[in-house]
Design a protein around this ligand. Sequence first.
Ligand code: SAM
Length: 289
Amino acid sequence: MSKKRRGKKKLTAAQKRAKRERRENTQIIFLNGKQKRVPREKRIEGLPEYEYLARTADPVWLMENGYYELLYQREQMENPRDDLPASNPAPVQPPSSPAFRLESIQELTRRLMRAAVGPGDRVLDGTVGNGHDTFFLAHCVGPRGKVVGFDVQLDALAETEGLLNLQGLSEQVSLVHDSHEWLGLWLDTHWPGQKLAGAMFNLGYRPRGDHAIMTRPQSTLAALEQVINYLRPGGLLTVALYTGHEGGAEEAAAVLDFMRGLPPNLGQVVWHQFLNRENPPSLVAFCKK
Ligand code: SAM
């Protein structure tokens, strides 16, 4: 009996439409040597969606929608730091990129902080600057929590205050126009007997501000020595260190010396740094026992 050659099955109109939509909305990529169909990267005006948002979206909208990394990358594009290699600017990465990559110092800091801090906690931002970390902390602690942020630049605080107001977050945040070396005095006066779940310090200068105003080893160390006493057990201190600007390497070395010298029975200390970059920023974190 001769085998009848089976003709291609005719698709219905609905099946054809579904096939076309699948082709339009997905793409094939190679992952670990295998073909995988993944959602097609959305593009707006020729740019990948995330790059488009990083370049154009309103900063308040980015914050409200939790795109902290995009906000940071936008700032990097507009005001590249001297200590990041200009030839290799940080690429704009969609948060759920299928290709694995090691997280940035900022991302790691936030992941650790999110794990240590929860709704209703009290936390401290030692260097408010453009307010990204203050916003992040305000979101972590929620409306029942409290954030105190220090900065010596009034315009940085005023800008941050304006954005906090816009988002209805100002109730839970106190901004202090003073050096962080006085944080103990502030905490004893305003939050007597209260412990901190987390404290963030992002050293150096404010990217969108006066680059001559920067953190200095003496006041930084005074602040770090104090803040450790206010952390609760399990409380987390993170310090982002930059070495590309004048005085940055000395400050980073002083902080690392201090952190290395902390007795192990007081807490754990880790240091995280990309090794194959020029002047890489690094993160040193302390978790209180
Ligand atoms: N965390 C900030 C953010 O999310 O945008 C970035 C901070 S920026 C790298 C460093 C900030 O530290 C600057 O705004 C600078 O004015 C501030 N600063 C410098 N010396 C300080 C001090 N002694 N006390 C408090 N803030 C200080």
